[in-house]
Design a protein around this ligand. Sequence first.
Ligand code: NAP
Length: 288
Amino acid sequence: MRPSFAIVGCGRVGTAFGKHLTDVGYRLSGLSCKTKESVKKAAEKFGIKNFSQTSWEITKDADIVFITTPDGVITQVCDQIAQKKGFGSNSIVLHCSGAHPSTILSSAKQCNASIGSMHPLQSFSAESSGNTFKGIIVSTEGDAAAVNAARKMATDLESTLLTIKTEAKILYHAAAVVASNYLVTVQDLALKLIKEAGVSNEDAFKVLNPLIQGTLSNIENVGAIKALTGPIARGDVETVERHIGKIREKTPNMLDLYKILGRYTVDIAAAGETITREQKEDLKRTLE
Ligand SMILES: NC(=O)c1ccc[n+]([C@@H]2O[C@H](COP(=O)([O-])OP(=O)(O)OC[C@H]3O[C@@H](n4cnc5c(N)ncnc54)[C@H](OP(=O)(O)O)[C@@H]3O)[C@@H](O)[C@H]2O)c1
């Protein structure tokens, strides 16, 4: 038999776990939200009678408790439940924040619970349909019992589990931010430059998209270092100088970012041994 679980914070992620874990045989034993409207709505959705705005009233009997509140109140919510002895002995308490380690749940150990984090690398919206966990990476760290429970749930949800060290969690999160959010930043820079070059708003992304997709595919096939092409990979200092000159003239506020990314790119070219030591130094000087 699958374990029972309670959700404290039935928002986007809490609702997704609620729906998909019940679909694969876990029993939702209780839920809690901050506001009356939310908790009533969630209780109706799941057809459950054990709901409350007072979180420790619905957690005690659950094998697994998800604290899926906003990151800023996870510890406070956990502390309150622990103070009221609201976690069952040998239960598992999990949060789903990507940025925080499991240790922010330490107060649950007073109740002899195991603690862990279980972070789905997915963007959840209120309107998600289908199994939003299918095929995604779920990272976990924490006590052995919590990691084991996360592994079992991830498998049941058709996700791939990645175990990470508790102390490395913040770097893992930084990597995800760079891969997703900073990709947006870099694409925004490219779109502004191409529009400055006269390509219409409508066509800008269409023009760049095959290049973007091709580059992603190359990274997948040969790795980031070997995927690097272009003037820096060729040691073409003159072209880089001309870029800098035009960006300074047309969009000076983008010059710093162009140069910072360029300097990092020079190191990639050097690691791939596509430029000589002199070219590396020339490029670095140009991009200072
Ligand atoms: N959204 C994503 O794409 C995503 C992806 C991966 C991980 N995460 C992580 O998942 C967690 C939840 O994020 P979310 O996006 O699902 O948040 P959300 O949609 O804003 O939902 C938060 C829920 O927590 C409830 N809540 C707030 N304070 C509470 C309290 N003191 N006691 C009980 N419930 C309380 C809210 O209740 P009310 O509705 O009554 O205000 C709401 O139901 C966060 O740790 C986040 O970092 C989110």
